[in-house]
Design a protein around this ligand. Structure first.
Ligand code: MF3
Ligand code: CO
Length: 256
């Protein structure tokens, strides 16, 4: 069942989303060669708590940290580690969530670490563009699978594969609500989009094949072929008009 949010509830989600978006923006400065993935987690948790909010991920299904930090061929759910030091040329995906008075926001970015290859820059950019491209379908009258279809077209036409084993989701009082949002598949199916829906839309795309494996820590998902993966996510509100992306910092780059 998809839970619609009223205006007061959306306002609470906006407050949460503003913090999530601004932290992801600030991380652009923190992320550089020599820092550990735990440094990213510490910064994230400190900033969320300094706003009087709660890190949504910590303790969720026993997840041990506030951020998921996934390097290079890691797709999602990388566990922060003091000993995992970022190196020049890496790409790092950071996924975070904040809970404000019970309302959750969820978003992710992939960052270059120092100077990165042209190919690394391109997968980051195509993943981001696949998110912004799908926004034209995030309107009343479109149907749920129009979103994933748009993402798949954009990613595959640029030569990337779309991860099948992880999906986007509705969000609100719970981080994961209905519906599941596949980043692939035929258009024109599933429920009609309605004003008041809150959706965490999160393309994950790979340089090689879409197959995944989960590491022995039971969390970290990696590409089976060891090639690069990128992730980009925002919490989006369906309105009577244009979609509202509530986890995008106003200083951040917009558009496809
Ligand atoms: N943010 C992830 C998602 O987009 C979920 C993180 S799982 C957690 O669905 F355990 F780390 F919280
Ligand atoms: Co999510």
């Amino acid at each position: 069942m998809i839970i619609l949010k009223n205006d007061d509830e959306i306002e609470m989600m906006r407050i949460s989303g503003r913090v999530t978006g601004s932290i992801l923006y600030e991380l652009r400065e923190l992320i550089r060669p020599g820092i550990s993935t735990m440094d990213i987690d510490r910064y994230t948790e400190g900033r969320i708590r300094s706003e009087g909010m709660i890190p949504s991920f910590k303790g969720y299904n026993d997840y041990p940290a506030s951020a998921c930090v996934s390097v290079n061929h890691e797709i999602v759910h990388g566990i922060p580690d003091e000993d995992r030091i970022l190196e020049e040329g890496d790409i790092v995906s950071v996924d975070i969530g904040a809970t404000y008075d019970g309302w959750v926001s969820d978003a992710a970015r992939t960052y270059p670490v120092g100077n990165v290859s042209e190919e690394a820059r391109r997968i980051i950019e195509v993943c981001r563009a696949s998110f912004f491209g799908c926004l034209r379908y995030c309107i009343e009258g479109c149907r749920l699978t129009d979103i994933g279809h748009s993402i798949q077209r954009r990613a595959e036409s640029a030569g990337y594969s779309v991860v099948r084993d992880f999906v986007g989701h509705g969000i609100g009082r719970d981080m994961h609500e209905d519906p599941q949002i596949k980043n692939y598949g035929p258009p024109g199916k599933g429920p009609q989009l309605l004003r008041g829906m809150a959706l965490a839309i999160e393309p994950m795309i790979n340089e090689g094949d879409y197959e995944t494996e989960v590491l022995a820590n039971n969390w970290t998902a990696v590409t089976s072929d060891g090639k690069l993966s990128a992730h980009y996510e925002n919490t989006v509100i369906i309105t009577g008009g244009e979609p509202e992306v509530i986890t995008l910092d106003e200083r951040d780059e917009r558009g496809a």
